[in-house]
Design a binder for this molecule. Structure first.
Ligand SMILES: [Zn+2]
Length: 319
């Protein structure tokens, strides 16, 4: 039924479990260490800024959109408005149900530390609303990413932030079926290599970026941005990025143990993509994604064309 986790996922806020409570970086003041606690009824208190309140208070303050909605309402009307937001959160979240590094016990110390550092770096950056005009270098990064056909709601929902690194200004968290694995930053400068920068110690080979295992079929892309385009077209579950063209043995094992049997291969429409497809076909039943002529990857598609390509492909593969 009611789940504080869902609300936090919906707004792209990462949490750590602290006993029966959830601990988050306070969205209402700037902080490096999470000091805001939320209980299972969503009663919350921040030890940093002493703000506190109910779910309604939280939702009212969390976005300017909500603030407008709540303005002038009495408490009953506010509760009804909360119920609507809860319904939306249940239905529409594409947040990756990321759980932070410290929840992970099995991994070796160094990997744990790298992941924790990555989590601190990412959560320490302020949230960005990509729908509002930004200034200076942030504005340039915004112009770049919107120019590639990414819609502001998708950028907000996927946790895209400004990285304060002029060569790699855009950063996303990477979640593997609900678990925070690290972050990836994207360059916006033509000719800058590599195009993607990962956090120190990040192991691509043991990570699948996205959600999988809710059905036997999964759509596979190369890059995280390609997978985000799938999300933008409404394909949220069962869509993962390999973070390269070659599926590793560890990635194969993860898919198999999640019950995946069939792969819709949306790797790039080039030589490396074909090699990647052959690799996938060694272990799974593979169907090949159809691209319009001249299109190299999902990242190039946007708007209505993106939606049309995705729905055509899905209907091709539906039984
Ligand atoms: Zn606070």
């Amino acid at each position: 039924m009611f789940s504080p986790e869902r609300i936090l996922d919906y707004y792209g806020i990462y949490y750590v479990r602290a006993g029966s409570k959830l601990r988050i970086n306070c969205p209402f003041h700037t902080e490096q260490n999470a000091s805001c606690y939320i209980d299972k009824n969503f009663s919350w208190f921040c030890f940093g800024c002493a703000r506190h309140g109910s779910l309604a208070d939280f939702l009212e303050q969390i976005s300017s959109e909500n603030k407008k909605k709540f303005a002038g309402l009495n408490s009953l009307q506010k509760m009804l408005e909360c119920a609507t937001i809860l319904r939306k959160a249940r239905a529409g979240s594409i947040a990756e149900y990321i759980k932070p590094a410290c929840a992970e016990k099995k991994n070796v110390q160094e990997e744990k530390e790298n992941r924790l550092k990555a989590w601190q770096h990412y959560t320490g950056l302020p949230a960005v609303d990509w729908g509002k005009p930004l200034k200076g270098e942030q504005g340039e990064a915004q112009e770049y990413i919107l120019g590639r056909g990414f819609e502001p709601w998708l950028l907000n929902r996927s946790g895209c932030k400004y990285n304060y690194n002029s060569r790699y200004p855009l950063i996303w968290p990477i979640g593997d079926n609900g678990r925070f694995k690290g972050w990836v930053a994207r360059t916006t400068a033509a000719g800058q290599e590599p195009k993607y920068l990962y956090n120190h110690g990040f192991a691509k080979r043991s990570c699948l970026a996205g959600l999988y295992g809710s059905s036997e079929t999964v759509v596979v892309t190369e890059g995280l941005l390609d997978r985000l385009k799938l999300n933008q077209a409404g394909i949220v579950k069962d869509a993962v990025a390999l973070l390269g063209w070659h599926m590793s043995e560890q990635q194969e094992q993860r898919l198999k143990s999640a019950g995946v049997k069939r792969i819709i291969c949306a790797l790039d429409n080039d030589d490396a993509g074909s090699r990647g497809l052959a690799r996938l076909a060694e272990s799974f039943d593979v169907l090949q994604w159809r691209y319009p002529i001249g299109v190299k990857d999902l990242g190039e598609l946007s708007g209505e064309k993106l939606k049309a390509v995705c729905s055509t492909n899905l209907s091709l593969f539906a039984r």
